[in-house]
Design a protein around this ligand. Structure first.
Ligand code: AMP
Length: 247
């Protein structure tokens, strides 16, 4: 079991460094996690982080962290990105890629990485391939979590996130001990703006259009590992670990 990382280098970029030293595993895993919003990728990333030591690098988390910047600290591109995000639409590739390039140090991390929410389009996947080739790095696998759409909508609308440590709960499947309060840090739980029904619909459409072709892209490269996202987080995790040969 590894210590949780603080992801300062990822969330804040610039000169920020993580307070927890990255692990030096015998075999660092470099993975992409694919799957529609609500399929449970974030929870699997947390469990994988504990098992493998690799850090969860979520582009959605970076955009959410940017919301707390003052308008003067935000570039026009970032303001546009936040507006699109509020509506559940995808942020344009150049903005996302610029943000990832500013965080190359995380892709180089000796602990490996778990990319969550990136790449989201074939264009982003091709760009990632070039970025990694420039660093002489390769992906080990692309984990694709699969779940029928009606189950996804039910999961998303019940999801609650801690405002402070970003831990994720579900009002029915994974409730906190005290309603509205995080078990880990006592932070306040909130419903993400884009988990509201009107945004969920837009996000699912964006996913179908732009992200589903990614599975084909990675299947052709022999990297795709399909995992059923039915059942409890622990059951899904057991399937993941077995598929990776990481047990
Ligand atoms: P997520 O937390 O991954 O569901 O991301 C939340 C929102 O952030 C998405 O609905 C998009 O608006 C934006 N976003 C995050 N990652 C990306 C990406 N790789 N490409 C485009 N938009 C993204």
């Amino acid at each position: 079991m590894h210590a949780k990382t603080d992801r300062a280098a990822w969330l804040k970029a610039g000169d920020f460094q993580c307070s927890v030293d990255p692990p030096s595993p015998a075999r660092p895993f470099r993975l992409v996690l694919l799957g529609a919003p609500g399929v449970g990728k974030g929870t699997q990333a947390e469990l994988l982080n504990e098992r493998l030591g690799a850090c969860q690098l979520s582009t959605g988390d970076v955009f959410r962290a940017a919301k707390s910047l003052t308008p003067y600290e935000r570039t026009p591109a970032l303001n546009e990105a936040l507006d699109l995000m509020r509506r559940g639409a995808l942020v344009p590739d150049p903005t996302v890629l610029e943000m990832v390039r500013e965080r190359l140090v995380c892709l180089r991390c000796r602990g490996g990485f778990l990319l969550d929410g990136f790449p989201r389009t074939v264009g982003q996947a091709e760009a990632l391939e070039k970025i990694l080739a420039g660093e002489r790095l390769k992906l080990d696998a692309v984990l694709s979590y699969d779940l029928p759409i009606d189950r996804i909508v039910a999961r998303l609308s019940g999801r609650r996130t801690c405002a402070d440590c970003k831990a994720v709960y579900h009002v029915e499947a994974r409730p906190p001990k005290v309603e509205g309060v995080c078990d880990i840090c006592s932070g306040k739980l909130f419903q993400r703006e884009d988990d509201r029904p009107e945004s969920i619909r837009v996000r699912m459409e964006a996913y179908e259009k732009s992200t589903a072709p990614l599975a084909d892209f990675y299947r052709r490269k022999g990297l795709l590992v399909s995992i059923s996202a039915e059942g409890t987080p622990e059951e899904i995790f057991a399937r993941t670990v077995q598929a990776l040969g990481a047990n």
